[in-house]
Design a protein around this ligand. Structure first.
Ligand code: SAM
Length: 223
């Protein structure tokens, strides 16, 4: 089994801690976000806004999110997507368990969950109107397959959006990623830079806008 799959099994056991970090819910999380990721409160809000920038507020088509993780960032947004058909994928059963529990608590009964590797998505081609990927591509081990699969299942004219870590924007973050996240399997090299990501997306998609907040690149693309 790959290292990243084991790593997120452990995170799944620590889901509450992970959720506090991801939402800057308390002072230790806020200090860690600032120290390791360069994100103060204003930058964190920009990070969130850019992650979801590609989805209309009242999105109502067929949406794939991969990886959903614990759903801590995305499920609250899905409350507003009344008419949408939402499919959430993650490899880690523990992370999926946490997101399923959250969806049940929030009464989001229509959201469907799938345990799958992004490198082999169990969906037909052109199936989705939109695809959201938050903090996924820096964690995926088979990145070529992840790019190919996410592209395959999106229909022509569909939206591909989200965010990922990019190297070269914040030296302290790069060191933290290399020395802490990577050895534990939370992140998996090679990483995009802002420039390489822009190039990759513009080669593949009809339209691609890339922004960034510190080491997080946000992207909104149309196939
Ligand atoms: C940093 S978390 C991001 C989760 C969520 N989007 C968030 O921002 O909180 C990375 C997630 O990627 C999942 N993952 C890693 N490799 C994967 C793969 N090959 N296929 C599907 N999910 C994968 C992990 O299980 C983990 O839940």
């Amino acid at each position: 089994m790959e290292k990243s799959f084991d790593a997120y099994k452990i995170i799944g056991d620590l889901a509450k801690f992970y959720d506090r970090m991801m939402t800057a819910a308390d002072l230790p999380s806020q200090l860690a976000l600032k120290f390791f990721w360069g994100l103060d409160a204003a930058a964190y809000q920009k990070f969130l806004a850019q992650a979801f920038a590609g989805l209309p507020k009242n999105f109502c088509g067929r949406l794939l999110e991969v990886p959903v993780g614990t759903g801590v960032l995305s499920l609250p947004v899905y409350k507003n997507f009344g008419g949408a058909e939402i499919f959430c994928v993650d490899y880690s059963e523990k992370m999926l368990d946490a997101s399923k529990a959250r969806a049940a608590e929030m009464n989001l009964l229509g959201v469907k969950f799938f345990q799958s590797d992004v490198a082999a998505l169990p969906f037909a081609e052109n199936f989705f109107d939109a695809l959201l990927s938050i903090n996924g591509f820096h964690a995926f081990s088979n990145k070529d397959a992840a790019w190919a699969e996410t592209y395959r299942v999106l229909r022509s004219g569909g939206i591909f959006c989200g965010c990922m870590y990019v190297k070269g924007e914040n030296r302290r973050t790069d060191i933290f990623v290399e020395k802490f996240c990577e050895p534990r399997g939370f992140f998996c090299p090679p990483y995009e830079t802002l420039e390489s990501l822009q190039k990759k997306l513009r080669e593949r998609f009809a339209r691609a806008e890339v922004s960034h907040v510190e080491s997080f690149a946000g992207f909104v693309c149309t196939k």
